[in-house]
Design a binder for this molecule. Structure first.
Ligand code: FAD
Ligand code: MLT
Ligand code: ZN
Length: 479
């Protein structure tokens, strides 16, 4: 694989880009911070320019021009990614291709239960369009007010409804993609069955902008449930949380749509930084769980199902205490607490994040082992452990001891901490990235956790599709 080399003068490229998208949509200069800084403030790059096309045709022409000039492209949606994959490097030679102006809902097909949207649609807008059409689009995550469906697809985002509906990959039926050569692949089918060779759609999903630019997608819609109910439960241990999950599967079957776990430290940070959210019961328990049920029948039915589950769990000593949201407002408030953990942790200061998955049955043993190993190397570290227990996906994050200098702590301990965490993940046959992707932050860790054969196949795919390494170089795979 060769690295992109410049073959045209940059001024010529900028003029070409301006002629394609209009000069107002080629941004240059020192005021590009929101495009150059990653969400976690881990890296700050420098773009040659930011280009904001508004049609697929414009994207294709922009990519062609960049490819001809040998200039790398960094696709960007909402820039909410957590692994530093959507911002340029520091060279000042990469073009950030922002999809945000491509935000149209192209079509809704109620009988096929699909919606076709452009890549720059904000996730919340896709959800609203589905709702307006009488359906639900179930992808849901804390960044839904600012992340785009293109970014969700490129990272194969997970979120809080995976348990019932799957991750973004499972919600997508078709894609429209501009290849690294500037060609258009129109794969926007709404087909649920199509065995006509290699699955290109699934190759682009989760490729983090390294194989092409996703410009539109056809997504699955689902019937709106008659009722949704949320409960908040306190538990003495993570073992009990796993036990409760098993009970929830038994009692609620397909009605179980969300099962999130949060430790006391995570909720304590929300309480500290957002006291107005009034986190319930957190001080009296090491763990809280948020359960959501969707019911096709009625609210009364949903309530009786959830009440029966909680009664049984309390009777068996699995759950210590529980709150059942009385209405949508209360349910929303409980979810808002859960979704605020990431922001609260960011407000507390720089931290070491891990987005791991292991079999649900092994999670308590994993946490015990990793907690003990980390406490031994850095006394007083705070374990901010939360996540999508129903998917076996934990955000196992480490914060500096209270009062310590967060930046200095991360600089001194991050490598050692992550090595221990990932080594423990390996012992449990888990993954070092459940839903956030690899980006730049985990790029150099990936080779230690993928077999040489898997890596060689991935490199072959990358060099077959993008032989000149134009698309998001240095992300996911090193060059
Ligand atoms: P960006 O950050 O702009 O880009 C992410 C990657 O996708 C980059 O590699 C970029 O090059 C590529 N990309 C973007 N658009 C395109 C395109 N059109 N074509 C090709 N490549 C493209 N993630 C989860 O999975 N689950 C969660 O629960 C979750 N919660 C979050 C909560 C908060 C508060 C925050 C800040 C983030 C959270 N995330 C979560 C991470 C993030 O929101 C997701 O990764 C999201 O899918 C990124 O979308 P985006 O539009 O912001 O993409
Ligand atoms: C979440 O589940 O809240 C997100 O994936 C974000 C995070 O890991 O902080
Ligand atoms: Zn998550």
């Amino acid at each position: 694989m060769t690295t992109a080399e410049h073959t045209l003068p940059m001024g010529g490229l900028l003029a070409t880009l301006q002629s394609i998208v209009g000069s107002a949509h080629v941004l240059t200069g020192d005021d590009l911070a929101s495009y150059e800084q990653d969400w976690r403030q881990r890296t700050r790059g420098k773009a040659l320019c930011v280009v904001r096309p508004c049609t697929t045709g414009e994207v294709a022409r922009v990519v062609t021009a960049c490819a001809q000039a040998g200039v790398p492209i960094v696709p960007q949606g909402g820039n909410t990614g957590l692994v530093a994959g959507s911002t340029p490097d520091a060279s000042g030679t990469q073009v950030v291709l922002s999809l945000r102006r491509m935000a149209a809902v192209r079509a809704v097909d109620p009988d096929n239960m699909t919606i076709t949207v452009e890549a720059g649609c904000i996730l919340q807008e896709v959800q609203a369009a589905a709702e307006d059409a009488g359906f639900t689009f179930p992808l849901s995550l804390g960044a839904e007010g600012s992340c785009t469906i293109g970014g969700n697809l490129a990272t194969n985002a997970g979120g809080t409804q995976v348990l019932r509906y799957g991750n973004t990959r499972e919600l997508c039926l078709g894609l429209e993609v501009v290849t690294p050569q500037g060609d258009l692949w129109d794969g926007l089918t709404g087909l649920r069955k199509d065995n006509t060779g290699y699955d290109l759609r699934n190759l682009f999903i989760g490729s983090e902008g390294t194989l092409g630019v996703i410009t539109a997608a056809t997504l699955k819609l689902f019937p709106k449930p008659a009722a949704r109910l949320t409960a908040w439960a306190t538990l003495p241990s993570l073992e009990n949380a796993c036990r409760l999950l098993a009970m929830a599967h038994q009692h609620l079957a397909a009605g179980l749509t969300g099962f999130e776990v949060m430790n006391q430290c995570a909720l304590g940070l929300v309480d500290k930084h957002y006291p107005q959210l009034r986190v319930p019961l957190w001080q009296q328990t090491p763990w809280c769980v948020l359960i959501e049920i969707s019911d096709a029948e009625s609210e009364t039915h949903a309530r009786s199902m959830l009440e029966r589950l909680l009664e049984a769990a309390i009777e068996e000593g699995v759950v210590a205490d529980a709150i059942l949201a009385e209405n949508m407002r209360q349910a929303h408030d409980l979810w808002h607490i859960r979704e605020s953990i990431t922001l609260a942790q960011a407000a507390e200061g720089l931290n070491v994040k891990h987005d791991i998955s292991i079999p649900v049955s092994q999670i308590p043993a994993f946490v015990r082992k990793a907690d003990n190993a980390l406490a031994a190397i850095a006394a007083g570290v705070r374990f901010v452990t939360f996540g999508h227990l129903g998917d076996g996906n934990l955000h196992y994050n480490i914060q500096a001891p209270a009062g310590a200098d967060n930046r200095a702590f991360v600089a001194e301990f991050e490598a050692q901490i992550s090595a221990i965490v990932y080594d423990t993940v390996r012992q449990f046959r888990g993954s070092i990235s459940a839903e956030h992707g690899i980006g730049e932050l985990k790029r150099d860790t990936l080779p230690q956790h993928k077999s040489p054969t898997a890596l060689a196949l991935m490199r072959s795919i990358k060099s077959a599709i993008d032989p000149h390494n134009i698309m998001n170089p240095g992300r996911l795979l090193s060059v």
